[in-house]
Ligand binder design. Sequence first.
Ligand code: SAM
Length: 375
Amino acid sequence: MPKKETADSVQAHTEAKLQFYTKYLERYLQILLVAQGINKINIYDLYCGAGQYSDGNTGSAVRAVDAVWAAQVKNTLRKAVNLHLNDLNVEKVANLRGILANKESAEKRFSISFSTFEAFEFLRKIAPELPKQDSQTRNLLFIDPYGYKDIDKQSLHTVLSSGRTEVVLFLPIEQMYRFRNKTTDDEVDNSYVPLKHFVEQFELDVASICSEKDFISALEAALSFGGKYYTASYSIRNHTGHHYGMFFITSNLLGLEKIIEVKWELDSQRGQGFTGNDQLDFFLETDRLSDLRGVIVDLVGSEEIDNRSMYEFVLKKGFRPKHANEVLRRLFDDGLIHTVDAISQQRARKGSFKLNYREFKTDRASIIYRGGSGE
Ligand SMILES: C[S@@+](CC[C@H](N)C(=O)[O-])C[C@H]1O[C@@H](n2cnc3c(N)ncnc32)[C@H](O)[C@@H]1O
């Protein structure tokens, strides 16, 4: 198994993980605290740790509390937020109770609850309750284990299926990748049984996986449960050059847009991952936009596509609408695409691409993209 944080300090890759989680949490709260039709938000941190490292850095539990407090300025509708902190280690949870003793607020409707279950046992306990929740409740689960052995695909599927739950999952990839080929025989050495089980659960075709990054991509695809959910991944490279994967699963396209914003905020040049090397390289972003241009040209060339499906397509490719607007503007200027108003069928106003969640949620397209200059 990958090394535990024996030094009890926050290394660069751990900081990258915590940033990914908290930046998403901040966006999640900002949206839900003002959204109509939502009145309760549950955040579950299933492997919450002790809250503080000996180097003074804080862990996910304390950072989540800070994020909830920071978001309270937006909470003018006094929506209820519960942060549930679980860790198998009783001492860690006792420590957290101490650190967080004064952080709840009945007036703000912010509560913190604790438990010391095995994480997936806890998940199996709450899973039957989620579909019974009021439709105005939303849940965010943060799953940050030391390894992959506990991960139970069926439990993840059950909690996601209510459609009101999003999952952020952190997994060490190196070991899984290194020993992937040990899982292909019918009979495997005892020490590889958990890995074999993991590979089989997610139906990973290990023969076609040739790098740790490939492993992350294959897992990202598997976590979509056959395309039922939107998924995104973010790779985190540690100082030895090996990778961890952050995975995000949601049934909500706005959730996907927000996680993609986080990816691009943390990796401004590629929107893909943390490498520990923050040298700016303008060409990386240019390369990525040229990839996007290629897939958009192919798409528009092969079918008639409207603004709602373009918005979804771009996000599923890991880009933000602002990237797509930039690419579309250039294609327009180069005479490679033109746009038509979906209702009047007349040429649309120049530069009006309407790629956003509000448009996506309407049941009618407003813009159609077509190949060529349309002259
Ligand atoms: C990677 S650490 C989590 C770190 C934490 N998220 C933070 O930011 O400080 C994993 C945690 O899982 C706990 N743990 C290990 N096995 C567990 C299990 N099966 N169920 C729940 N917690 C477990 C450990 O005690 C440890 O605190």
